[in-house]
Design a protein around this ligand. Structure first.
Ligand code: CTP
Length: 137
């Protein structure tokens, strides 16, 4: 995706591993806040650093799934959690959307774009699904 665009561009970030209904609801609500939604997908290395485990689905597959959604205009790779500001500028973001597990953590970026936190969908997460399949819960 390039930064040249008309209308309101919304950006969000995440791993989106073992895609589930909580992911879909977050993306649909984020898309509804603007004209096009662009999603930064965590690299396999970033996910490992962030969550202490390799993703189940490799980056190319996670990107293909998210890119195929009707509510998503484009995807790019997020390689560093610290580079949010650069990504927002590069992508020409008007709005940054994050789940409310991050509330307050990105307020310092409100000089670049509007920052919104959306409520997470209760009772579903990639970690819980993996544990359930492994028979750990
Ligand atoms: N998300 C959500 N509701 C959920 C789970 C995730 O709204 N029940 C949102 C997160 O807040 C984030 C995005 O979906 O904005 C991507 O989250 P991600 O970390 O990839 O998914 P999780 O299911 O939270 O993964 P994990 O259990 O590995 O932390």
């Amino acid at each position: 995706m390039t930064s040249r665009h008309d209308g309101v561009r919304v950006l969000t970030f995440g791993t989106f591993d073992v895609f589930h209904s909580g992911h879909l609801r977050l993306l649909e609500r984020a898309a509804a806040l603007g004209d096009e939604l662009v999603v930064g997908i965590s690299s396999d290395e970033l996910n490992e650093a962030k969550k202490g485990r390799a993703p189940v689905y490799a980056l190319a597959d996670r990107m293909a799934i998210v890119r195929a959604l009707r509510c998503v205009a484009g995807v790019f790779v997020e390689r560093s959690l610290e580079a949010k500001r650069e990504y927002l500028v590069e992508q020409g973001a008007d709005v940054l959307v994050m789940g409310d597990d991050w509330t307050g953590r990105f307020d310092h970026l409100s000089d670049v774009c509007e920052v919104r936190y959306l409520p997470r969908t209760p009772s579903v997460s990639t970690t819980a699904i993996i544990e359930q399949i492994r028979g750990e819960t």
